[in-house]
Design a protein around this ligand. Structure first.
Ligand code: FMN
Length: 182
């Protein structure tokens, strides 16, 4: 089972990316994670799309299409998702063959504040829902107070690791359940 990881933060020292990397060590048996980059996508422009999908967007669309599931780690910017993540979704959402159709997705978020990105997750769910992605309803993982949970760019908090492991363990049967016969 191949999972594609997407991080909504472009920051070099992103804690969402650090948590996504930590997921590689927390996967249930039979699941593997490859993390892609959305940093090289140009800003979505329908004229550019119509003239020929740029290589980074083509690559992302193919990666999502090929994955059995997508794991999104997203910070909260102004109570919602980052422009980078929305841009990645926009590039991969346009027909033909929009990439999110029937795609199982799991989400978590990391923020320095106490709520851990509750609001961003509901916006991402709303957006992906209308693209017919199947977002895992539970467990929800909100990693707040991040300053105390990471050290030297690594996730160190054992309780948080357990929450992420539970999310991934729940994602596996969700992917099996949502698999569409083609
Ligand atoms: C433009 C901007 C808006 C932000 N808005 C919020 C917010 O609404 N809620 C929140 O919890 N954190 C907010 N933050 C803080 C981010 O959650 C924090 O920078 C987070 O660590 C970014 O994730 P990263 O470490 O993966 O880059 C904001 C940060 C930026 C740069």
């Amino acid at each position: 089972m191949q999972i594609l990881g997407i991080c909504g933060s472009l920051r070099k020292a992103s804690l969402n990316m650090a948590a996504l990397r930590a997921c590689s060590e927390l996967l249930p048996q039979g699941m593997s994670l490859r993390i892609t980059s959305i940093a090289d996508l140009p800003m979505f422009n329908q004229d550019v799309f119509d003239a020929g999908i740029p290589e980074p967007a083509k690559r992302l669309r193919a990666e999502i299409a090929a994955a059995d599931g997508v794991l999104i780690a997203c910070p909260e910017y102004n109570f919602s998702l980052t422009a980078a993540l929305k841009n990645a979704i926009d590039w991969s959402s346009r027909p033909p063959n929009q990439s999110w159709q029937d795609k199982p997705v799991a989400i978590f978020s990391v923020t320095p504040g106490p709520l851990g990105g509750a609001r961003v997750q509901y916006d991402v769910r709303r957006i992906l829902g209308q693209l017919w992605a199947h977002v895992l309803p539970r467990p929800e993982v909100f990693i707040g107070a991040s300053a105390s949970k990471f050290a030297d760019g690594k996730l160190t908090d054992e309780t948080t690791k357990k929450f992420l492991a539970d999310l991934l363990a729940g994602f596996k049967p969700w992917i099996e359940r949502m698999r569409v016969k083609k």
